[in-house]
Design a protein around this ligand. Sequence first.
Ligand SMILES: [Zn+2]
Ligand SMILES: [Zn+2]
Length: 253
Amino acid sequence: MLNVVKILLLAVLVGFSVTTLANLGTTVYMHRALAHKALTLHPLAVFCARLTIWLSTGIRPRQWVAVHRKHHAFTDQEGDPHSPVLLGWKNVQMRNVVLYRISANDPQTVERYAKDLPQTRLDKIFFDRALVGLGLGVALLVFVFGPMVGLLAAVVHLNVYLAGSAAVNAIAHHFGRKPYANGAGNLQWLALLTAGEGLHNNHHAAPTSARLSHRWYELDPGWWLIRVLSSVKLAKVRLATVRLKPSAHRVTV
Ligand SMILES: [Zn+2]
Ligand SMILES: [Zn+2]
């Protein structure tokens, strides 16, 4: 009995740790650096991020970037790949992966919104093979922690990662504090689960800002990583301060 509890606890701990790495790679590399060019990363940091994303999610960054830029271009209007206003937040929460795949599989989406991210040789050989990446990631967990803990940790990670990513598009486009006049909300609990992405109202107000926390009490783990990477010259932030987009309107302070 004690052994079973130990295995479960270890699997949850390992699963959450992998999710944290995947979320940091998602928000710092794919979202803030690639999609919005809010910072540039040293090639070594890029390689580590690409490897982490490949092994833990199988996501192809240029597809993710394209779908996300389309979301910003049509936020909560016809054309938004995953809008709770058009589809209902529960629907987006449950079907986020399907909605993502529909948009990502449309060649026009990538063609139009990720022109600046052509397929590289490394993509062709490794990173575009999503199932190979995911399979290797699970095999690595099994190799390090044994089959029981490794497989359970993989299940925990995939569920928490998918639920967290869906929540940013669904729950954080319906609930949460709205200091700026846009359809997204700030949810600190979600920001802690998604390395800062839950501060989504701030992000829609200042999409080119590398920092998603705008107030002293907001916590943005992705920004903490960017600070560390900057201090060792592995990252360079484009804008020194948070710059609101011209249309961003502050509702409260
Ligand atoms: Zn959004
Ligand atoms: Zn964005």
